[in-house]
Ligand binder design. Structure first.
Ligand code: FES
Length: 114
């Protein structure tokens, strides 16, 4: 049928355990979601966020020493548990994705910050 696009998938397979253990960080663009899923190798479960900083879209890093997220553009820090900004009182926060291991692959779910 013309003009009918299928709905975006509710989940995507992003990487294997081996890939994450080797790379420590996986960036995975999901075209259907128009978002970049970023996975950090953090125990006991990977940290999965949108790679788009809520300030102006900079790239976010997870800093293991402080257990915080830090933006590469303006160095603002964000709480790695709830996504709120720790540097400036802003409305937006980092978007998190739920995920689970399934047959050795990390599956990420579309609905973020439930
Ligand atoms: S774009 Fe991330 S702190 Fe400014």
């Amino acid at each position: 049928m013309l003009g009918h696009n299928p709905p975006p998938p509710d989940e995507v397979s992003v990487c294997s355990r081996e890939e994450l253990a080797k790379e420590r960080r996986i960036n995975h663009w999901v075209e259907a979601w128009r978002d970049e899923v970023v996975v950090f190798d953090r125990a006991p479960h990977p940290l999965v966020i949108s790679g788009v900083c809520p300030h102006f879209g900079g790239e976010l890093d997870f800093v293991p020493q402080s257990q915080k997220l830090r933006c590469r553009w303006h160095a603002w820090e964000f709480d790695a548990e709830d996504g709120r900004c720790l540097t400036y009182p802003m409305k937006g926060c980092v978007k998190f994705f739920k995920s689970e291991w399934r047959d050795g692959k990390l599956v990420v779910f579309r609905n973020a910050n439930p």
